[in-house]
Design a protein around this ligand. Structure first.
Ligand SMILES: [Zn+2]
Length: 295
């Protein structure tokens, strides 16, 4: 049942945004309810070419509406604008229409959250499409392999419900329908290399069925690697992080980078918690370095 409570409109806040590349400035309005959430921290807003200037960049805005920093965007997901326009009229959400409405940064956050099983909340105004969260769920269910058994982790919230949420203590991704990231369990500077690569390849395919198949296969392959890592750990007493990376690189004939390795560990912690103790067998260099620094 949709909530019928009238929303009290909190006045929006004006913030001066300056492009980190060309210095063009513009005053933008940020919805006021965002700043009434007492437990939230820095919000992340992606500005796309045409909004402030010709550049794409990120702005990090604090709870007073002041900009704390900017970041250039070194990812750019290309997609067929015509395909997006054709899909926009339909009832179904496609990857292209999602990118068009929330932007690449938000899409990568959503993919990361979905893949590693963090609940996702989408804040909707009374005027927003009330079915957005369901449509997003349908899209992601179709893109992720069924073996992952992901439950419906995307929910919509109205402003009042968002204000009651304790985001500080949580591991949620919270975003609004325009793609503003209100809360995420990972740091500001997260790069999303894996998600970017996954989406880039998917967007090269126009047919949505083949596109979904491609994403499902990629993620299933990722899962297979995480499972390989676990089954190897079951056979040894302990192992060195670098040896393990080399072993996996040889087995799957692609280099396991530090970032990827961390993702396999995260996948195991979040999705296979009953196996997490096996990870203690790995000598992690970061931990050793930390120990060395302490001694
Ligand atoms: Zn600019």
């Amino acid at each position: 049942m949709p909530e019928k409570m009238p929303e009290i409109e909190i006045p929006s806040k004006e913030t001066k945004i300056r492009c980190p590349q060309c210095q063009i400035q513009k005053i933008i309005e940020i919805p006021g309810y965002i700043f009434s959430q007492k437990s939230s921290g820095i919000i992340k807003i992606q500005f796309r070419a045409g909004q402030i200037c010709e550049h794409d960049f990120m702005a990090f805005v604090d709870q007073n509406g002041a900009v704390r920093g900017y970041d250039k965007i070194d990812f750019q997901l290309e997609f067929n604008a015509q395909t997006a326009a054709e899909y926009a009229a339909g009832q179904k959400l496609h990857l292209e229409t999602l990118l068009e409405s929330v932007g690449d940064f938000a899409v990568m956050n959503i993919f990361h959250a979905y893949m590693f099983d963090y609940p996702i909340y989408v804040i909707l105004r009374p005027t927003d499409n009330p079915r957005f969260a369901d449509q997003l769920n349908d899209l992601l269910l179709g893109l992720f392999p069924p073996e992952l058994n992901t439950k419906q982790i995307i929910q919509s919230l109205n402003h009042q419900a968002y204000l009651r949420l304790d985001v500080k203590e949580s591991e949620y991704l919270v975003l609004d329908i325009s793609g503003i990231i209100l809360n995420s369990p990972w740091g500001e500077k997260k790069k999303f290399e894996y998600e970017h690569e996954l989406l880039k390849k998917a967007l090269e395919i126009v047919d949505p069925t083949i596109q979904a198949l491609q994403v499902r296969n990629e993620i299933a392959y990722f899962q297979k690697k995480a499972e390989f890592l676990l089954s190897y750990l079951e056979t040894v007493k302990h192992t060195d992080e670098d040896d393990l990376k080399n072993k996996m690189s040889r087995e799957f004939r692609t280099k396991v980078t530090d970032a990827l390795f961390d993702l396999y560990l995260l996948f195991i912690k979040r999705r296979l918690p009953e196996k997490e103790t096996l990870l203690k067998k790995i000598h992690l260099h970061t931990v050793d370095q930390l120990k060395a620094a302490l001694w």
